[in-house]
Design a protein around this ligand. Structure first.
Ligand SMILES: [Zn+2]
Length: 255
C-alpha cells in the first residue's frame, strides 16, 4: 500500500510541490515529508512507525523532525551520512541502512543506491514500484550539477532502475510515472545528447566552461545560466574520468 500527499515545499522544488509517501498498512515508512500536512498527519498516525528520506535537499526533509518527534518514529539514514542527515533535518538518525539492505518497515522496504542528483540519494523499492525522489520526473529533467551532482553516477542509477523494470516510479515532484523504462531511457538519452554536444565543443577547440555552455546549448540559457554551467561541469568531470577529455578544473581539452 502506497499513499502520496503533494506538499507545498520550499522554493527549491521545481513544481513548488514535493510528494511525501506513506508505505504499508501498518508499521509503515514515511518518505520525504517536506512540511506538515493534515492528510499526512492522519496517515502517519494510522500506520507509520519509521521515517527516511531519498536525499537531504530542503524540499524533501523539512518536516522529518516534526513527524519523528510527534509520532515517535524510528529515524533512518544512509550509513556514513548520519552527520549530514542530522545537519539537514535537525534530528539524529536512530538507525542506518546501507544500499541493498531492507528497512524493517511495512513488511520490508529495500534500499536502492541511486546517487547522482545528490551524493546520498537512494530510492525505496515497494511492491507497487520504486519511490525515486529526484532521480526521475515524468517531464523535463532533474538537476545534476557540479559540485554536488555526479553525472556518471546519475546515469548508472537510471540504468539500475531501468534494469529493475518496476511497474511504476513514485517521484518527488510531478505525477506518478507509469512507464518507468521509457522514462529512464528518455532521461539517459537527454544526458547523452548534451554530453555529445559538450564533447563536440571541446573537440572543436572550446576550452572554458563558459564557451562550452555557449556551444552546447542551442537556446538562450541566461535565465538558468548557473544551472547550465553546473550541468556542463558535471559532464566535464564525467568525460575526464572516462578518459574522453582532459580537464583540470578550469580548462577542457581533447584527450
Ligand atoms: Zn533534490
Amino acid at each position: 500500500m502506497i499513499s502520496r500527499v503533494a506538499l507545498d515545499a520550499p522554493a527549491r522544488a521545481p513544481s513548488g510541490k514535493t510528494s511525501a509517501y506513506a508505505i504499508g498498512k501498518q508499521g509503515g515508512l514515511l518518505i520525504d515529508p517536506a512540511t506538515r500536512h493534515s492528510e499526512l498527519d492522519e496517515l502517519v498516525a494510522e500506520r507509520v512507525d519509521h521515517v527516511a528520506v531519498t536525499h537531504h535537499h530542503p524540499d524533501h526533509v523539512g518536516a522529518v523532525t516534526a513527524y519523528a518527534e510527534t509520532w515517535d518514529l524510528t529515524v533512518w539514514a544512509l550509513t556514513g551520512r548520519g552527520d549530514a542527515f542530522a545537519a539537514a533535518t535537525g534530528v539524529q538518525p536512530d538507525r542506518h541502512f546501507a544500499p541493498g539492505e531492507t528497512i524493517p518497515a511495512a513488511g520490508g522496504v529495500e534500499v536502492l543506491d541511486t546517487p547522482g542528483h545528490a551524493p546520498e540519494h537512494v530510492s525505496f523499492v515497494v511492491p507497487e514500484g520504486i519511490v525515486t525522489g529526484d532521480l526521475a520526473v515524468s517531464e523535463g529533467s532533474v538537476v545534476v550539477g557540479a559540485p554536488e551532482g555526479d553525472m556518471r553516477a546519475y546515469l548508472t542509477s537510471l540504468r539500475r532502475v531501468h534494469a529493475r523494470d518496476p511497474d511504476r516510479l513514485y517521484p518527488g515532484h510531478g505525477p506518478v510515472i507509469e512507464d518507468p523504462r521509457s522514462t529512464c531511457a528518455r532521461l539517459i538519452k537527454h544526458r547523452l545528447d548534451r554530453e555529445k554536444r559538450v564533447l563536440e565543443a571541446i573537440n572543436a577547440g572550446e576550452e572554458t566552461p563558459e564557451a562550452i555552455v555557449e556551444a552546447a546549448y542551442e537556446k538562450d540559457v541566461s535565465d538558468v545560466y548557473e544551472l547550465a554551467r553546473a550541468t556542463v561541469l558535471a559532464h566535464l568531470e564525467k568525460l575526464a574520468v572516462e578518459g574522453e577529455i582532459r580537464y583540470d578544473g578550469d580548462r577542457a581539452m581533447p584527450a
